[in-house]
Design a protein around this ligand. Structure first.
Ligand code: EPZ
Length: 419
């Protein structure tokens, strides 16, 4: 088990190129299963979750390699339709592969990854939608077997009770090669879904309405290979902006997706940081003490404030002047990082969905454990602003989503080492 050892109190300064987006790379890798040909992905981030996805693809008989930031996937010779439990367990978003395998092979067997860091993550909406598209589903003690009796799924009109990102992606993946048209009402509008749809359109898929609440997919017979560049990671961007806001200093974020980051940036601006965005770059400067955010920060599906940025912004607001309040509306259990922040001197009270953050003058170093990906990143944000040294354990959580985390922070003048 590795740790990050961070000594805080240094201002950060410099410019960084934003990594490729984890949450679109994973569904795009799954989408490549639908393609009869070679797909080349540029800006593919080097992350443990991406390597787990590559292992699933290779297990299925696809050829997948990642060299530097280029991913190559060729699913022409795919033979398998089962994901073993050990690979399902490596990564919760392995569920993403279900729709694609079913769409290409007409059947798929997998297991549900168990309870997770963020609370229960059921897949009832995914399964109900696939059943409407023709799938017969059998649950045999943890292993789930989905099968299209006619070998191919058919289009359907679907209405989601909540705009789930994963369910929307799985339905699109299953619909692309289906017979007929699929309509998804109350679809999720996250930019990562649009990135996956742009990739699929580059391969010949017929999809309309992504980014809106009603998505239409007209099934086609076959997809062809393509070259595609993955969009930048808006949550990694939010993390490095929060880090600079917390530690003080200035940052230029290059290769930033300005429109997609607007829901986060518009809240961060209220802390008194100077922020300027133009030409795919975001500049942030923090001089004096941060100010608390006056209105309740409610996490909501896109274009609301992203749940994935809740923890990192909370870490920055821990030393702001005044009281900020978060309301977590997406996951039941997404405040697990607060215990570590409290250990570092933060004044945080969690009451159900709400967390009240009374800004303190300073945080201090502590020995803490990362609880989940974004929670772990939030601890690093707090550690860079704190006095003294913090040791963060269980950093495999952080490695799931941040490429060269310590190198990026070191390049900005932060003191961090892996040991
Ligand atoms: C995606 O997870 C992201 N993961 C998450 O990012 C992100 O936090 C989340 O969307 C919300 O934006 C990937 O893209 C790989 P959901 P997903 O289905 O698809 C409930 C990160 O830090 N629900 O929109 O799993 C569910 O329990 C990760 O990078 C059902 O009840 O999210 C949750 O409360 C963490 N039944 C809510 O909906 C279902 O069938 C939102 O989940 C499906 C979901």
């Amino acid at each position: 088990m590795q740790n990050f050892v961070i000594t805080g109190g240094k201002r950060l300064s410099g410019e960084i190129e934003l990594q490729g987006c984890k949450n679109s790379t994973l569904p795009i890798m799954a989408a490549a299963i639908l393609v009869n040909g070679k797909c080349s992905l540029e800006s593919c981030p080097n992350l443990t979750d991406v390597y787990s996805a590559a292992r699933i693809l290779n297990h299925l008989g696809c050829k997948c390699s990642i060299v530097g930031n280029r991913g190559e996937i060729d699913a022409s010779a795919i033979t398998g339709s089962e994901i073993p439990e050990r690979l399902m367990r490596e990564m919760r978003s392995s569920i993403m592969f279900m729709g694609a395998i079913l769409g290409r092979m007409g059947e798929c067997t997998f297991s549900i990854p168990g309870g997770c860091e963020l609370g229960p993550r059921p897949i009832d909406m995914h399964l109900a939608a696939l059943a409407k598209m023709g799938a017969e589903i059998q649950d045999t003690g943890g292993r789930i077997c989905c099968r299209m009796p006619k070998g191919r799924s058919h289009g359907a009109r679907l209405s989601l009770s909540f705009p789930s990102v994963g369910a929307t992606e799985n339905i699109i993946l299953c619909a692309v090669l289906a017979e007929g048209e699929t309509v998804i009402n109350n679809a999720a509008r996250e930019p990562e879904i649009c990135d996956m749809c742009r990739f699929l359109r580059s391969c010949g898929a017929k999809i309309k309405g992504d980014g809106e609440s009603c998505i239409m997919v007209e099934g086609v017979e076959k997809l062809h290979g393509c070259e595609y560049r993955i969009m930048p990671d808006r949550i990694a961007g939010a993390t490095y902006l929060s880090m600079t806001a917390a530690a003080g200093g200035e940052l230029i974020l290059k290769n930033a997706c300005i429109a997609e980051m607007e829901p986060f940036v518009s809240i961060l601006e209220q802390t008194g940081c100077f922020i300027c965005a133009a030409d795919n770059r975001i500049y942030l400067r923090r001089g004096g003490r941060l100010k608390a955010v006056k209105n309740r920060i409610r996490t909501m599906p896109h274009p609301g404030f992203p749940t994935d940025a809740q923890a990192v912004l909370m870490a920055a607001l821990a030393t702001a002047e005044g009281t900020s309040v978060f309301e977590e509306n997406i996951f039941d259990c997404r405040y697990r990082h607060t215990d570590a922040l409290i250990k570092m001197g933060a004044d945080i009270q969690v009451m159900g969905k709400a967390a009240v953050i009374r800004g303190v003058r300073r945080l201090h170093g502590a020995d803490i454990e990362a609880t989940d990906l974004r929670g772990g990143a939030a601890m690093a944000v707090a550690a860079l602003a704190a006095e003294g040294t913090t040791r963060i354990g269980s950093i495999s959580h952080i490695d799931r989503g941040y490429e060269k985390f310590e190198d990026v922070i070191t390049s900005l003048g932060g003191s961090i080492r892996r040991e």
